[in-house]
Design a protein around this ligand. Structure first.
Ligand SMILES: Cc1cc2nc3c(=O)[nH]c(=O)nc-3n(C[C@H](O)[C@H](O)[C@H](O)COP(=O)(O)OP(=O)(O)OC[C@H]3O[C@@H](n4cnc5c(N)ncnc54)[C@H](O)[C@@H]3O)c2cc1C
Length: 414
C-alpha cells in the first residue's frame, strides 16, 4: 500500500487545484511545497485581473490563491509539507519521492504523481547582452519579489528588456512606487504580452514601448550605470549606427518563461519541444502512467483560471480506476502549440478540451479538426495573437488508427 493516492509537487494555483479536485473525490493527498507559504507565484501578484473567468470577479493574485488555500486547509484528505524540496523521484511498483527539509531526508510513496512545479524566467544569460555584469541586472519576477514581498525598491530609473506580461506589470508597479521606467524595449516587431496589459500598464502610464529594439551592452562596475540600445532586424541582428546610450541603474529582463521540468526529465517523460513541458493526453497524464503535469510546468499559461482548470482535470482523473491507455497522436499545423498533444481513446469524453496558441498573428482565422481527412469541427476567430492562449472544446469520436489533424487556416497575416 502506498502512503498516498497522490503526491502533488508544488503548492501554486495548479497544485492547489489538483489536490483539492483529487481530495474532493476521497483521495488521500500529500502536497509538497519548497517555500514557506502556499500560493506559488501568486503570492507576489498584488495587481488585479485574476479569476475573471472562474469567479466573474477581478481578484488580486493573492486573493485568488487564498480561495484555494482555504479549501486545502479545510480538507482533511490533504496533508501539506512546506519548506520541503523534492530532490528525487523513483518509479517502482509505485512512486518513491525523496524530499529534503529541516526534518532531514524523508521518503514518501504514492500511486500517482502530479507535477505542478511551475516555470522559471529566462535570465540575462539566455539573451545575448555584452558588457559587464554589475548589480542591477535582474528578471522582472525578481524585481516583483523585491517590491511586493520584501518592500524594497530595486531601482530609481530603469530600462525593461522584453514585453512579456511580467515586465509590463512591473513597468506599472515600479512607476507607481516612484521609479522612472525609461521604456520597454522589445526585439520582435510585435509585443509579447497581452493586449490588455500593454494598454493598462504602459499606455495608461505614458511608458513608451519600443519594438524591434534590444539592449546590446550593459555598462557599470558595481552597479548598472547605463545600457546601450540598438535596432534589430527580423533576424534579431543588430543594425549598426542605431546605437543609443541610456543612463539607468537597473536593467529588468522579461524575455519569457520556461516550464521547470528537471523532475519530469529525471523520469524520462517525453517532452514537447514546442511547449518545453511534457506531452500529455486529455487527462493531463504524461507518457509515464500515473504521472500528471499541470499548470505552468505543462505549458506557460496566460491566465490562472486555465491553470486551475487543467489541474482539476488531472486531480479528478487520478481518482478514476486505472485502465490500459490507448494513446494516439494529434497532428497539427499553424499552431505555436496545441495541448493535449495525445488522446487516450479508452477515456475519451463527448467533448475534449484543447488549449492552443497561434504561431503568427492572424485575422479571420478558422480552426479545423479532421478525422481521416473529413472535417468534423470548425471554429472561426476574428483574430488570434501568439501571446493569447485560447481554449476550445471539440467533440471527437475516434477509433484506434484514425488520423486526427488540427489546422489554423484562412488567416490573413496582419
Ligand atoms: C508577474 C505575473 C503576473 C501574472 N498576471 C496574471 C494575471 O493578471 N492574471 C492571470 O490570470 N494570471 C497571471 N499570471 C499567471 C499566473 O500567475 C500563473 O499562470 C500561475 O501562477 C501558474 O501556476 P503554477 O501553480 O503552475 O505555478 P507557480 O505559481 O509558479 O507555482 C509552482 C510552485 O511549485 C513549487 N516548486 C517548484 N519546484 C518544487 C520542488 N522541487 N519541490 C517543492 N516545490 C516546488 C514552487 O515553489 C511554487 O510554489 C501572472 C504571472 C506572473 C508571474
Amino acid at each position: 500500500m502506498s502512503d498516498y493516492k497522490a503526491i502533488v509537487i508544488g503548492g501554486g494555483p495548479a497544485g492547489l487545484a489538483a489536490a483539492l479536485a483529487a481530495a474532493n473525490e476521497g483521495a488521500k493527498v500529500l502536497m509538497i511545497e519548497r517555500e514557506a507559504r502556499l500560493g506559488g507565484i501568486l503570492k507576489q501578484c498584488v495587481h488585479d485581473g485574476f479569476g475573471v473567468i472562474r469567479f466573474g470577479e477581478k481578484l488580486s493574485g493573492c486573493e485568488y490563491a487564498q480561495r484555494f488555500i482555504n479549501g486545502v486547509k479545510q480538507n482533511a484528505n490533504i496533508e501539506v509539507r512546506l519548506q520541503t524540496f523534492v530532490i528525487q523521484i523513483e518509479k517502482t511498483e509505485e512512486f518513491r519521492i525523496t524530499a529534503t527539509s529541516a526534518r532531514g531526508i524523508e521518503v514518501f510513496t504514492a500511486e500517482n504523481l502530479v507535477l505542478a512545479n511551475g516555470c522559471r524566467e529566462r535570465t540575462a544569460r539566455q539573451v545575448n547582452i555584452h558588457g559587464t555584469r554589475p548589480a542591477g541586472v535582474m528578471t522582472a519576477g525578481v524585481a516583483q519579489n523585491y517590491v511586493n514581498l520584501q518592500g524594497a525598491l530595486p531601482t530609481k530609473r530603469c530600462v525593461i528588456l522584453g514585453s512579456g506580461d511580467i515586465g509590463l506589470i512591473m513597468a506599472r508597479r515600479l512607476t507607481l512606487e516612484g521609479a522612472q521606467v525609461v521604456g520597454v524595449y522589445e526585439a520582435k516587431s510585435t509585443p509579447s504580452g497581452l493586449t490588455r496589459n500593454i494598454s493598462q500598464c504602459l499606455t495608461d502610464f505614458n511608458i513608451p514601448l519600443h519594438l524591434s529594439k534590444t539592449v546590446k551592452r550593459v555598462f557599470g562596475n558595481n552597479r548598472v550605470e547605463a545600457v546601450e540600445i540598438c535596432d534589430v532586424n527580423d533576424k534579431m541582428e543588430y543594425i549598426d549606427g542605431t546605437e543609443e546610450i541610456i543612463a539607468c541603474d537597473a536593467l529588468i529582463i522579461s524575455v519569457g518563461l520556461i516550464p521547470e521540468n528537471e523532475l519530469a526529465e529525471s523520469l524520462h517523460i517525453q517532452i514537447d519541444p514546442r511547449t518545453k513541458g511534457p506531452l500529455v493526453d486529455q487527462n493531463m497524464m504524461t507518457s509515464l502512467d500515473g504521472v500528471y503535469s499541470v499548470g505552468n510546468a505543462l505549458h506557460v499559461h496566460d491566465l490562472v483560471d486555465y491553470v486551475s482548470e487543467t489541474a482539476e482535470i488531472a486531480g479528478k482523473a487520478l481518482t478514476q480506476p486505472k485502465k490500459q491507455r490507448e494513446w494516439t497522436d494529434i497532428q497539427h499545423n499553424g499552431f505555436l502549440y496545441l495541448v493535449p498533444q495525445k488522446l487516450d481513446l479508452a477515456a475519451l469524453a463527448d467533448k475534449t478540451v484543447f488549449y492552443f496558441r497561434t504561431a503568427i498573428p492572424l485575422a479571420s482565422a478558422i480552426l479545423k479538426a479532421s478525422v481521416d481527412g473529413e472535417v468534423v469541427f470548425t471554429k472561426k476567430y476574428a483574430h488570434l495573437k501568439p501571446p493569447e492562449m485560447e481554449k476550445v472544446e471539440v467533440p471527437l469520436q475516434l477509433q484506434q488508427g484514425q488520423k486526427v489533424v488540427f489546422s489554423l487556416e484562412d488567416g490573413e497575416v496582419r
